[in-house]
Design a protein. Sequence first.
Length: 420
Amino acid sequence: MKKLLSILVAAAVTFNAFALDMPFFNGYAGLLGNMTGKSSSDSYDPDIDIEAFFSGQLDFGGKFLARGEFYISSEDLLQNDLFEESEVNNAVFKIEELSATYKMSTLSSSHYFSAFLGNFEPIGSDIFLQRQFGIQPVTSRFTASWHSLSGASVYPFYGSGISYVYHPESSGAFGLYAYMNKQTEEDETKNVLNLDLRLAKLFSNLTADISAGFGFPIEDTDENGNKVFLLIKEIQLHAGFNFLLGNRYTTSFFMQGGFNKFVLTSDNDTSHKITFSDLYFLIEPRLTLRLFQLNIAAFNIPSESAEHMIYLKRAIDEDDTITNLLGLNANIVTDHLYLGNTNVTFGIHSTLILTDSDIEELKDDPKVVLDWNYEIYVTPYVTIPVLGGSMNANLAASILDFKDDWKSALDFSLGFKTRF
């Protein structure tokens, strides 16, 4: 009885102290305008659309954190007159993350208990590393996204659940996640229960973030068509990782990879297979010289991840049947340029993309590679600090489309991001 009273008193004191804390708010916002080249039979007719995201955090004395991230994407502004009332939806609004985290600290460790909705700390993104260790971003510039602070991920998921993260005094963190999401296959949508483990660690010259878990599709009807409370016929495995050997300021080696779904057990014997198009990998040596950095990446990225990436989404937009993008990217970037006293970052992406390529076909006939569809993009980009934020611009040129119509071969994006 005395122990119970002590626990209740301690909880009441903690709650009262927490309730008196004035919340501290900070946020991040971005606005991006896209002009995508497109030709009609009569004239040049580009698409112009806008993307925007807002991320906000309420911090109650470092003990309780409430976060929200929201994304908006418009339709083509030229086809929808913004000065007239529209009877149809002309924009898409999506909640990227809603989460509440309680932090409990002891003498030797910190414990984080979270409830969340959305794409919460996805593997492949470095948002988990930033939140736990306060580091600068380490993921590739090539996979940059405008959807949220998390950016693109190895296997995007959208679900609701809870998590627990144990962070000792040493530079490591261990996480447990339980969440529900949905999977749609052959016009059938199922609820899936997921249980994940996560391990992140910082060493002097290595940053590692590894996650793996099981998915259990839940059914409510047995093979005879009878309604049941809970039926699990299949067990799935998903996994992903980020590794940075070295650091972001010197010559280094970055690698990330994973897969969304590998069926371990199922009534369907043919489903025990993972195809090349399901695999995500990006291998990127980063050579840092005195005046610039050269990053060379080899990649295979499933379309569900690539469609959120600034430098790859054009290849997906042109053909919605594409399943994966295989290719190479060379990125030369420097931040040693100045306009007056303003430091400017300038770079160029050169990208070769093979679409819907299946590496397994090469085993039978290496010449099949000649029949694969491919794209070549050259994308100069620039980032300039302005008004307390950063202005970002890029011009993507599809080299193979220039011979038909050079205007339709160009995409232009201009955006602005700021913290507040």
